[in-house]
Design a protein around this ligand. Structure first.
Ligand SMILES: [Zn+2]
Length: 388
């Protein structure tokens, strides 16, 4: 489990003297897993990186920090109990006495990256995939509240009101059934209202993105009618469930289905929004060069990119303009170009540092045709605003 805030701290961590080491580890399948075997694989990753760095000119202290980072990672893996280091990310800069280890909800591709920044794109993709959501199961007498985040479900509150079952007894004190029935109905209304209030309290404390309701018919409708407007705008769906018997896996599955459906719709709408605004009113841009430009000027509200975007790019040594091709001369000033490695990672880093939202999209032909990357802006580019 990790948060946007942790991601931002990692993006803002720098060292003037040492490299930063990023290590993602996805353990091999349990059947052929052993500490010894794992260590060999990790050592192989380290060796590959070391070979690439050998030609570079670094001082003794730099190499010491670099070696200590690897030792720290190995120590962690050796010390981890069987299974607990299955999916993990380590961010380390021994020279600056910095180390952060994050347990991940699912494995990312294993890798070891040395650079001036921590390598955060995989982490950022993970964060985008997992929204914090709240599922509430409710019937006329009880309610259960669950939080779903990073592939885990946790039951949080039991809101159990004492509401007696519907009165069926026709013989109950002669003609009083109607009155009793009404009293019971009132209690049910109060219960639904209270559930809505408890969910609002839960929201204020945990700030979930999405709300899902489970239950049956009129009860669901009634809770919905009592929801605060904050919550109603977060409600993404309902499903049929029995409060008392629903199991955690069942609740998780039904919630996840609704979340994925909603997520897909939201991303399609976002891509449309970016394309429309880019062509109409300048409150969005598409394509690598323009997106990098607006990122560097802090204009980006939401960065949108293909999940597996790979692009080569180059920067002009003379004027600094970024071009997406990486070959030839600068289209602005005909200056010579230098290759930028990891240009997508740079875009992601800039967006994290600038507090922009980042959404990763897969399978959008329209976005791909527009260069695979774009952004919604907080404000228009000043130059275009005065360029009349
Ligand atoms: Zn140039």
């Amino acid at each position: 489990m990790f948060t946007v805030e942790q991601l931002r701290q990692l993006a803002n961590f720098h060292s003037n003297r040492y490299s930063l080491a990023t290590f993602y580890w996805k353990a091999p399948p349990a059947a052929n897993r052993s500490h010894r075997g794992e260590e060999t694989l990790v050592q192989d990753l380290f060796r590959e990186v070391r070979q690439k760095l050998e030609s570079e000119n670094h001082g003794r202290e730099w190499w010491n920090s670099f070696e200590a980072d690897q030792e720290r990672i190995l120590q962690y893996l050796r010390g981890a109990k069987e299974g607990t280091a299955a999916n993990v990310a380590v961010f380390s800069c021994a020279g600056e006495s910095f180390c952060q280890i994050l347990q991940l909800p699912r494995g990312l591709h294993s890798g070891f990256v040395i650079g001036e920044n921590f390598y955060l794109q995989p982490l950022s993709i993970l964060l985008d995939q997992y929204h914090r959501s709240c599922t509430v199961l409710v019937d006329r007498a009880s309610a259960r509240i669950f939080e779903i985040y990073m592939g885990e479900i946790e039951e949080h509150t039991a809101v159990l009101d004492e509401v007696p079952g519907k009165v069926k007894a026709a013989t109950w004190r002669g003609g009083n059934e109607r009155q009793i029935e009404r009293r019971v109905e009132n209690k049910a209304h109060q219960h639904y209202k209270r559930v809505a209030e408890v969910v609002l309290g839960f929201f204020k404390k945990y700030h979930f993105d999405w709300l899902i309701l489970g239950g049956h018919g009129d009860g669901l409708k009634e809770v919905e009618s009592y929801l605060h407007s904050y919550l109603r705008s977060r409600l993404i769906g309902t499903f049929a469930a029995d409060v008392k018997v629903a199991s955690l896996p069942e609740i998780m599955n039904k919630s996840t289905e609704l979340i994925e459906k909603h997520d897909g719709q939201e991303k399609r709408a976002l891509v449309q929004d970016v394309l429309n605004k880019a062509s109409r009113n300048g409150m969005a841009v598409v394509g690598l060069a323009d997106t990098l430009r607006v990122l560097s000027s802090g204009q980006v509200h939401t960065l949108v990119l293909e999940e597996d975007l790979r692009v080569s790019a180059a920067r002009c040594r003379n004027c600094g303009a970024v071009t997406a091709t990486g070959a030839g001369r600068c289209p602005e000033c005909n200056g010579s170009l230098e290759q930028i490695e990891d240009v997508v990672e740079q875009a992601v880093q800039a967006a994290i540092q600038d507090n922009s939202q980042i959404r990763f999209v897969s399978g959008s032909d329209e976005l791909r045709q527009a260069g695979g990357i774009g952004a919604l802006l907080r404000f228009r580019t000043p130059e275009t605003a005065v360029e009349l």
